[in-house]
Design a protein around this ligand. Structure first.
Ligand code: BTN
Length: 252
């Protein structure tokens, strides 16, 4: 059910249709002075955008499609990965309240077992060495019963639990968690964010299959560096570092 704006923890704009909630919020922020954490949620997107120029498909009013804005001027651009970390953690921890086996697939996909339940697209504007604006766009598969688009491995909360959910209730809880993690970040309390993120990683244990420009290999995750670089160690105990999109997880 649509919440009363007075009862929602952050300023909320609910629209029935837009091309992309990220685009909508970019334009909104450029036109008027916008309160931090202002959130735009849409029932349907005509051109939902994903990472790497992919599209994001969702049936009307079944899933969560939303974006919110931060103005983290205190945060150096080289630490922008912290925004990905807090957003991923807030979503992962909310989804943990409905099911087991939720994890964060580096850098910021949310997985249930070996399937993707949520995608995140963060778009930062830089001013000198710092971040002037960050728009985080999030798609979470909640009530959709089947997926027909060519997305590789989608899953919804409904498919996992057999239950339907009030998407605005889930959104409210996520925004409360984001608010709380963001105040932690504003206070400079980053060590527990980094620790919690590493604990929540998909494939944090064991040896698994990956692929880079040189081909397939087996490796374990060593850590994620502050700039967001993933460090793997292969079977010959050689460490390999990757930025986003430089390595692929080979799934079962
Ligand atoms: C991914 O490729 O995994 C990221 C998907 C991000 C999709 C969300 S849906 C709401 C927001 N608006 C967009 O156009 N994209 C993000």
């Amino acid at each position: 059910m649509m919440p009363s704006p007075d009862l929602f923890p952050v300023p909320l704009i609910h629209i029935s249709e837009t091309n992309s909630t990220n685009n909508y919020l970019q334009t909104f922020c450029a036109r008027e002075s916008t309160e931090e954490l202002t959130t735009v949620v849409a029932d349907f997107q005509t051109s939902g955008r994903g990472q790497r120029g992919n599209s994001w498909e969702s049936e009307p009013a079944k899933n969560l499609l939303f974006s919110f804005v931060l103005f983290p001027e205190f945060l150096e651009a080289r630490r922008q990965f912290l925004i990905s970390q807090i957003v991923s953690l807030a979503i992962k921890e909310e989804l943990d309240t409905y099911t087991n086996d939720v994890s964060i697939k580096w850098p910021n996909d949310i997985y249930w077992k070996e399937k993707k339940i949520c995608g995140i697209l963060i778009e930062n504007d830089l001013m000198g060495r710092n971040i002037s604006q960050s728009i985080a766009g999030i798609g979470i598969n909640i009530n959709q019963e089947a997926f027909r688009s060519p997305a590789p491995n989608p899953v919804s909360l409904y498919q996992i639990t057999g239950k339907q959910y009030d998407i605005f209730e889930v959104l409210k809880n996520i925004m409360l968690r984001i608010q709380s993690y963001y105040s932690q970040l504003q206070k400079g309390d980053t060590s527990s964010i980094v620790t919690q993120y590493e604990k929540s990683l998909f494939r944090k244990e064991g040896i698994h299959r990956y692929k880079d420009v040189n081909g397939e290999f087996l490796a374990r995750i060593v850590c994620v560096e502050p700039e967001g670089r993933l460090i793997l160690e292969d079977e010959r105990q050689i460490k390999r570092g990757y930025m986003f999109k430089e390595v692929e997880y080979l799934l079962k």
